[in-house]
Design a protein around this ligand. Sequence first.
Ligand code: IPM
Ligand code: MG
Length: 389
Amino acid sequence: MTETQLNKAAEKFKNLLQLQAERNEKIKQTKEFTDYTALDKIVIGICTGDGIGPVITKQSAKVLMNILKDDVEKGKIEFKYIEGLTIENRVAALKAIPDDVLEELKSCDVILKGPTTTPQQGDGLPNIESANVAMRKELDLFANVRPVKVKEEGIDWTFFRENTEGAYAVGSMGINVDDELAIDFVVTTTEGTERIARLAYEFAKNNKKERVSIVTKANVIKTTDGKFLNLCKDIGKEYPDILTDEWYIDIMTAKLIDKKRRTDFKVFILPNLYGDIITDEAAEFQGGVGTAGSANIGKRYAMFEAIHGSAPRMVTEGRDKYADPCSMLRASAMLLSHIGYIKESEILEEALDICMFKEKKLAITGRDTGCTCEQFGEYVTETLEKLLE
Ligand code: IPM
Ligand code: MG
């Protein structure tokens, strides 16, 4: 490595530090969460994404619009379609989220977002950041809340994945120091950690969950994971009725498949990357990532999406019409409860439980051996209507 290369890398690193210090100051400024009940009108943005996104988002938008139709008529709810968050537009603008799309997103209160394609090394697309990751950062959606439930097995987990920091904070700004040495960075801030920990403990308290498990790899990633763990434990001390335990991510991924132990876990708090990985594993017990929704919560905005990606292979193989809409429907139920429509959210969850687990009149297989996405969407709508009668 030459002196010039070293200095250039140090300069880039300094720039990253400055940007993160600025972000740290900025996130401390928003203190209160939006009170949706106090708004005259709640604007729900619908962003269909790409790959299987448009097909699955269409079904959940239809269901949401149906549930909320009375309040749409009264002007309390407005749906707003946001076009343009497609891989083609993003590549053309060379931006994770084109400026005009971002502006529209910011004019909404909550967003239902279909999966979006993320360019990766070697696929010939420019190195633009994932639209999910960018949206989480731009709208400061710091908590990724991912529930997984398998009632008959006693599994009732809620993952609180930190959503704007960790390995993701500067994930597309790592440094190739020279041809041989590449470095990435992990970020933990006090505010970023305390706010996710508090949300998780408040959730545990309000939902009578007796245990919160903090999951890190603080024995190896000592500085950032160590800070995360210690701050979460400090917040935990404010909740003496809740049992706090701490785990390393490797053994926790093992414990999730230990039938005797896994039902002990209730609420998890994790840094970004571990939360990403373990929630795919967890969703598998419930029927796969196609069944799992996720809430991205910030103080001002919130966005609801599937936990999976855009499955471009299903599109190239002509199977997109068989995609499973349940992840987006679960996300829609979370959206409803977040904006204060608790009863409607519970009814939608119940309709999904009936269609997915209890009655199972139709099966989604991802191919022509099962029903189409649209047929399943209609099945959920009919079930919902019966419950609402
Ligand atoms: C998720 C996804 C995203 C993530 C990808 C698409 C960038 O896997 O929401 O879990 O890593 O966060
Ligand atoms: Mg993931």
